[in-house]
Design a protein around this ligand. Structure first.
Ligand SMILES: NC(=O)c1ccc[n+]([C@@H]2O[C@H](COP(=O)([O-])OP(=O)(O)OC[C@H]3O[C@@H](n4cnc5c(N)ncnc54)[C@H](O)[C@@H]3O)[C@@H](O)[C@H]2O)c1
Length: 359
């Protein structure tokens, strides 16, 4: 593929070599690597999209391969990921394997000219994420990191409400994601559960934290199973994330406190997942007394209507659209990198028993 370097362009240093985007005619052909817990959801959704076609699925486990074959007898099944990432019969590769495998698989796919859909968290460290982003840019290929929650009706509504400003200045973001298990063998509870909260926070607040503090504790293996992250933003905005594999009950609740209104998102509610409370506090100084007067405001509660969609299906539709129309997804490698930076900083802070780590 020729680069876009033209002799007519004056040289101000090296011009990056950018390949032309591979032209795709007909449905985007996908290879999927990983058919464990989450892989079947990716395969099912891709398989049902008009603009996509699965040409191959790969898993190291023979039991997983048997499941693929039983559910999709016409799809080619492989035990060797290198076959999928280099296949002339794929335009894009979905990587649905544990995080420590993402970098090698994504790198091989990009080097072979494939667009990449990769699970959260993007990579095991920031250096890997930066390298993959650069590689994708050089080859003009798309990376989408599966931050599935960004495609739910609830997160879309929260983002809209915060963006339009009706809730007022944001004071805090407070998220609890706890349940019993599933214990992971390769990562701690932060790398398992917090990518959801951090990616949602990054998306809806549209602000970048300056620093964080994280604490956590191990109980049953060498990975933290209970952890707390506090993130400091400019202008007094603060966020707190509580993740836990040792909770007797499942909780998925986010509070967003703003100057004018306060929002509660309970993702376990069947209806009315989001409630917006017209509650707040006004502080006034009483003249002459120099004494704080606190007025508590308690008005109506409103539960907005939410779009009922399968988030992963929306996301994969969007990925296909980005590939076909050469658009950069908002949940691209850079968004994945921002989350990995926070995860890495959280691990560093935990190792120093809650030291402040600048981002
Ligand atoms: N977006 C979400 O909501 C969501 C939900 C669950 C999991 N995930 C992510 O999906 C990824 C996979 O998680 P999971 O729970 O499905 O894990 P899993 O262990 O259940 O499945 C992973 C599968 O990948 C296979 N595999 C591993 N390395 C391979 C390789 N090199 N080549 C071929 N096959 C290989 C394994 O045999 C296994 O079947 C993780 O990154 C996880 O964080 C995302």
């Amino acid at each position: 593929m020729s680069s876009n370097v033209s002799s007519a362009i004056p040289s101000y240093g090296p011009i990056p070599r950018v390949a032309e985007a591979p032209r795709i005619v007909g449905p985007v052909k996908f290879g999927v690597v990983g058919y464990g817990y989450w892989g079947p959801n990716v395969v099912r959704n891709l398989q049902s999209l008009a603009g996509a076609e699965i040409t191959s699925v790969c898993d190291k486990s023979s039991a997983a391969r048997r499941r693929v074959h039983k559910n999709y007898p016409n799809i080619y099944v492989s035990s060797d990921a290198s076959e999928i990432v280099s296949s002339p019969d794929t335009d894009a590769v979905a990587i649905v394997t544990p995080v420590w495998t993402h970098y090698e698989l994504a790198k091989a796919a990009l080097e072979n000219g494939k667009h990449v859909f990769v699970e959260k968290p993007f990579t095991s460290n920031t250096a890997q994420a930066e390298e993959l982003i650069e590689l994708a840019e050089q080859k003009n290929l798309k990376i989408m990191v599966d931050h599935t929650f960004l495609f739910t009706g609830a997160v879309r509504k929260i983002q809209q409400l915060l963006k339009e400003g009706s809730l007022g200045k944001i004071y805090y973001y407070d998220s609890t994601r706890v349940n019993l298990g599933l214990f992971q063998h390769d990562i701690n509870v932060i790398w398992d559960l917090a990518p959801h909260d951090l990616s949602i926070m990054d998306f809806v607040l549209e602000q970048r934290p300056e620093a964080l503090v994280a604490t956590g504790q191990t109980h049953l293996n060498e990975h933290e199973d209970v952890a707390y992250i506090t993130l400091y933003f400019p202008d007094n905005l603060i966020a707190h994330i509580n993740v836990n594999w040792l909770s007797p009950v499942k909780v998925r609740t986010t509070l967003i406190g703003c100057e004018k209104k306060m929002l509660v998102w309970n993702d376990l509610e069947a209806d009315e997942k989001i409630k917006v409370y017209d509650k707040g506090v006004n502080i006034t100084n009483s003249e002459g007394l120099y004494q704080l007067l606190v007025n508590y405001r308690s008005g109506d509660m409103w539960a907005p209507q939410l779009e009922q969609v399968e988030a992963l299906r929306q996301e994969l539709t969007y990925f296909v659209d980005c590939i076909v129309n050469d658009r950069t997804p908002f949940n691209d490698g850079a968004a994945g990198l921002r989350v990995v930076k926070m995860l890495e900083a959280a691990n560093l802070s935990i190792s120093k028993r809650g030291a402040l780590v600048y981002l």
